[in-house]
Design a protein around this ligand. Structure first.
Ligand code: PBG
Ligand code: ZN
Length: 321
């Protein structure tokens, strides 16, 4: 085997490659801000004001990033997330600003209610049959349709529902088609685990919940057949791109879902980012090597796209190689 590992031969035989086209940069837009605000749990990441987001998109475009994923923090929240589908809401404004400045940037929007509800859950909350408060499935679908269509009206290229509701992809596809947005893609957060690794995101997006948790809609980390089935169902409902989230702890699941045939995105989430940042800041690991290793492993497992907070850093490192 060592003949194939010599310095000049090894690059020719490399199986997995990482390129700028694989990367999606997540960005937080905060309607309450006039200046960027550092997210303390995610060193190097910021919430940006609506007025500043086009500039950020321009810089990323200049670095070679071709797609961004937008999350919004609104001024007002209520129990039914009305600010999420306001034509002049934070995301709707942000999408318009980015598209006006960088028309070719692929703009993906997170379609969910948790940043817009006072209770912090991902849709409409009510009482279940057992008298417990929980996220209501069918009652939340119309809300997701409204949000997705409002993003499409603003100019989003891809909508990304992340609420893990049954039927969300089919419902949103129908709503987009009815509104004549048949060209807008759906990237479904099709296999999303109830993960402790979303911790830093709760600070980033201000989306902590006031009761319960998300285990009645997100997947149990121990279940792989169910994980596969979730993506399979979203594929049948018309998803264009599937997703596995988080990425690094779930590479076996990613490899399985990549065999379904649709493109697959892997989301290296906030906790994965912050763990690497924290250990690197202590001098316990090397940041660049660790990040590049984490990403090439995600590619090796079968991802076509990687959503990562390191996207901008990776562009810089790829330029230096
Ligand atoms: C909300 C949402 C979450 C993330 C993306 N969309 C948090 C959650 O489901 O609790 C997590 C992203 C990250 O941690 O980087 N639907
Ligand atoms: Zn949510």
């Amino acid at each position: 085997m060592r003949r194939s590992r010599s310095k000049n031969i090894q690059p020719l035989l490399r199986e997995s490659h990482l390129s700028k086209n694989d990367l999606v940069a997540p960005l937080f837009v905060d309607e309450n801000l006039t200046e960027p605000l550092l997210i303390t749990a995610m060193p190097g990441q910021f919430r940006y004001p609506v007025s500043g987001i086009a500039r950020v998109a321009e810089q990323l475009w200049g670095q070679g990033i071709r797609a961004i994923l937008l999350f919004g923090i609104p001024v007002t929240k209520d129990p039914v997330a009305q600010s999420a589908y306001d034509p002049d809401g934070v995301i709707q404004q942000a999408v318009r600003n980015v598209k006006a400045a960088v028309p070719s940037m692929v703009v993906i929007t997170d379609v969910c209610a948790c940043e817009y509800t006072t209770h912090g859950h991902c849709g409409i909350v009510g009482e279940t049959r057992c008298g417990e408060k929980d996220l209501l499935n069918d009652a939340s679908l119309e809300l997701m349709n409204e949000i997705a269509v409002s993003h499409a009206v603003a100019g989003a290229d891809i909508v990304a529902p992340s609420c893990m509701l049954d039927g969300m992809v089919g419902s949103i596809r129908q709503a987009l088609d009815d509104a004549e947005f048949e060209e807008v893609l759906i990237m479904s957060y099709s296999t999303k685990f109830a993960s402790a690794l979303y911790g830093p995101f709760r600070e980033a997006a201000g989306s902590g919940y006031e009761f319960g948790d998300r285990t009645t809609y997100q997947l149990n980390p121990g279940n792989s057949r169910e994980a596969y089935l979730e993506s399979r169902m979203d594929m049948d409902e018309g998803a264009d791109i599937l997703m596995v989230k988080p990425a690094g702890f779930y590479l076996d699941v990613l490899a399985g879902i990549a065999t379904l045939g649709l493109p697959v995105a892997a989301y290296q989430v906030s906790g994965e980012y912050s763990m690497i940042k924290a250990a690197a800041a202590q001098g316990w690991i090397k940041e660049r090597e660790t990040v590049l290793e984490s990403l090439i492993c995600i590619k090796r497992a079968g991802a076509d796209l990687i959503i990562t907070y390191f996207a901008s850093d990776v562009c810089r490192w790829l330029d230096e190689e």
